[in-house]
Structure formats: C-alpha cells, structure tokens
Ligand binder design. Structure first.
Ligand code: 9WN
Length: 443
C-alpha cells in the first residue's frame, strides 16, 4: 500500500529540527519543552543522522555530558540559555548538585531517568557512518552506555528480576498513563510539605485538558521532593519509597538496547569479558518480560512492587514483548490479534488505524488527555521499527504509511486526537520530525 506523501515532508521535518536547534542541543519542542530530554534526544539523533552523522553524534554527546557518576542518564539536561521560568520543574527544583555527589557539577540536570533508547540510537547512527567513523562513534559511546545499562540493571533492579523499577511516572516517558493511576492514588501529599510552585506547561497548550491534572501534578512534585531528600539514591531509599513500578515497556526497551550494546561492544573492540555480562542482562530481561505475560488475559503487565500487584490496563505498553524483539508463536499471535482488534488499531472510530496510547475500550480512555488516548507519532515509529524487526513487515508497512499520512494531515504535533485527527500538545515537536526523516529514508 502506498499513500502519496506531500513532497515537502522531508524539508518540513528538517526545518523543524533546524528551528529547534540552539546550536548546542535540539530542544524537544519550541516552547513547551525548551531543554534536552533523554529519550527525545536519542530519537532525534536517529532522524538527524540522515541529515548529518556529525550533528547526530553531537546531540548524543551533549546528552551524555549530563551523565551522572553512578551511570545514570538524567531525563532532562537543562539548556543554560533559557530562563528558569521557561519550564517547570526548573533545574533549581531538582537541586541535584547539592543533593547528590553523583550529579555532574558543570551541567544542570534532573534527578530521574527515561527509557534507555540511547544504545539503539548510537547503533543506528553507526549504520549511517562509514566503517572508520562507526568504530570511532562506538568507541566513544560504548563505555558510557555500558555504565548507564549497568545502573539500570543494578540500582533499578535490586530484585534481580530483569525488570526496571521506575520511581516516578515521568521516568516511564508516559507521564500521565493510566498505568500509574492506582499507584499514584495511594500517594497523599502532606499538607504544607510541598514547596510552592507554578506550572508552566498549561501556558503552551490550547486546552488544559490535554495535560495532566493539578492533583496528579502535586503528586509528581511530591515524589520529586522525596527523591531530593533522599539524595536521588534510589538504592538507599528503595524499601520505603511509595512509588515503585516494574515498567515492562522500559524493561523491554532495555533488552533491545542491550542487544544494540552488544553490537557496539564488538565494533568498539571492547573487553571480551563484557560480552557474557551483557548477554546475561539480555537473558534476564527477556525472562522478566516473559513472567509479566498473562496468557489468559493475553496481556503484558507492569508490576506494582509496593503491593506486588499486576497493572491490568490496556495501553501501548502491553506490546512490551514486541519491543523486546523476540516472541514465541503464541505471544506473536496474541500481539497481532490485540493490535488489529477494536482495542487498538481496529477500533471503528479511528481516523487512521494507528494505536491510541490507551485503548479506546478502557473506561479511562480520553481522546485528548496526555497518554490516556491520543496517538503519539514517535510511538508509531517505535512500534513500526519493532514489528519490522520481528518480521511482521506488512503490519510495519501499513503502520508507516498511515503514520506518515497522519502527520501530513495533522502537522508535526506531539500527539494526535485519535478520532478527529487534530494535532494536540506541542506543534513542531522534534521527535515527530525525526520519525518522519527516518521513515522517508527507509521506506
Ligand atoms: C516531563 C519531552 C517529554 C517526553 C515525555 C513526555 C513529556 C514531560 C512533561 O515531554 O514529559 O518529562 O512535561 O510532560 O511525556 O515522554 O520525553 O518531549
């Protein structure tokens, strides 16, 4: 199937990245997100590499300047050129340099993580570079990536389960997803405990209903406050901390990122001793994901560590086994069935057969609110890449075509209303532009 794309799609995408380029970093979005976000930067680098391998490498290098001594890649590296009031929480709210000896001293960052898609990005950049340059890039990033993954496999998995624990909804990258509702509802913010704050996000969207509610925002900030008080030492506060979720989506991406890391290790001529360690991370991750697959519900579920309960809600995270890149025949069939069913791309009211972030069949489904229903172009890219990787090329091709058609019609928005096709959130979102560049180059 081929749906004609407007001829200027690539130029528009490149123009967005150029407009968001500060000369040092590419802002995640022009106004709503004026800094460098961790997984945004990786996706952006994948698209950017089609324009310039050097610029893509520079983007990753800028992000890795924010790496902590314990290996952690923070979810935001702050842009020193924009005023503090441009985004909340600002760097001062995290106060990482005072709170933790692990934080970098010369770069302002947040104190939490986002999904580890960075090794996937570096491997993608290497594929577009000539052999010598690819070896140099792999050599530059292999060590920092290995330490990042080691942090995730240790501080974020004290249970040695193969599953990464997140300690804040922002860490998942799907901030307001109903995956976190039950765990968040348990959290009460003690009166007067939260330093005062003013939200900045609502000024940049057409309607506050597109963003998280105030009550949730209070809880988000309370979790930040608890982490700050604990010096961002997740390993030390772990047992008492009130929000601990085994995130299957993040864990699956780590499996795939570890596979990319293994390839980079070879390219970088890394110590041979590293290879079995990375292989064991991959095996452990796959076993963890497999344990979260519920064969009766035909769903892969996050786990609430606090009360050891699975999270039973259909969101795009349920496709975690697909993202981990290896599926049994049964799981493959279940995933394809779920994908095509009314729960996802087969819903009759969809403007395009693209996966809503939360299934329209869930009672909490909301067509406009953050991660509770809208379609995310960058998630389409990730799922396209994953279907293609496991050999479901027809599903992948259809997804790519519809996703491009959606952007051609709606614009380069952060997310899209699934039934009307209206663009929501930020316009000129960098990772949406990057996805288009990669699709156009690989289609
Ligand atoms: C908080 C930048 C980021 C994305 C996340 C998305 C949103 C931030 C926010 O924007 O999160 O980190 O202010 O809502 O949920 O996935 O990385 O694009």
């Amino acid at each position: 199937m081929t749906i004609d794309q407007p001829p200027d799609m690539a130029a528009r995408a490149a123009g967005i990245l150029q407009a968001n380029d500060t000369g040092t970093i590419i802002k995640a979005a022009p106004n709503l997100y004026p800094h460098q976000w961790s997984w945004d930067a990786a996706f952006v680098a994948i698209g950017l590499a089609h324009l310039s391998v050097d610029r893509a490498v520079a983007e990753m290098r800028a992000l890795f300047r924010g790496q902590w001594r314990n290996g952690m890649i923070p979810h935001i590296v702050y842009n020193p050129d924009v005023p503090a009031e441009a985004y909340f929480p600002d760097a001062a709210r995290w106060d990482v340099a005072n709170a933790s000896p692990d934080a970098p001293v010369d770069v302002a960052t947040s104190g939490i993580i986002q999904p580890p898609v960075h090794a996937i990005a570096i491997a993608a950049i290497c594929r577009l570079a000539d052999d010598e340059r690819a070896r140099a890039i792999a050599t530059e990033f292999y060590g920092p990536l290995r330490e990042w993954h080691r942090y995730l496999m240790s501080a974020r998995d004290p249970e040695v389960s193969g599953l990464v624990t997140i300690v804040h909804p922002w860490e998942s990258g799907m901030d307001n997803s109903p995956r976190w509702d039950r765990a968040l509802a348990r959290i009460t913010v003690p009166d007067g405990a939260l330093p005062p704050f003013q939200r900045r996000d609502l000024a940049h969207v057409a309607d506050p209903a597109e963003r998280p509610s105030d009550a949730d925002y209070q809880r988000f900030l309370w979790l930040v406050e608890l982490l700050r008080r604990g010096g961002y030492r997740v390993d030390q506060v772990y047992d008492e901390y009130p929000f601990r979720m085994k995130d299957v989506f993040m864990s699956a991406l780590l499996v795939t990122a570890n596979e990319a890391l293994l390839r980079l290790a070879t390219l970088a001529s890394a110590e041979l001793d590293d290879l079995p360690i990375i292989e064991s991370w991959i095996d452990r991750g796959r076993e963890g994901i497999a344990r979260q697959w519920d064969a009766d519900r035909r769903l892969c579920m996050d786990l609430d560590v606090v009360d050891n309960a699975p999270v039973v809600v259909r969101t795009i995270a349920a496709f975690a086994p697909l993202l981990a890149g290896q599926v049994t025949v049964d799981v493959r069939h279940a995933l394809i069935e779920m994908w095509r069913s009314e729960a996802f791309t087969g819903h009759p009211d969809l403007r395009w057969p693209l996966p809503p972030s939360t299934s329209p069949l869930e009672p909490v489904f909301n067509t406009r609110r953050y991660w509770r229903g809208p379609v995310w172009p960058i998630m389409n890219w990730l799922l396209w890449w994953s279907w293609d990787r496991i050999g479901e090329v027809e599903i992948a091709a259809a997804l790519r075509e519809h996703a491009l058609a959606q952007i051609a019609t709606a614009g380069f928005f952060e997310y899209v209303e699934p039934f009307t096709g209206a663009g929501l959130g930020s316009d000129g979102q960098s990772w949406t532009a990057a996805a288009v560049l990669d699709w156009l180059a690989t289609g």
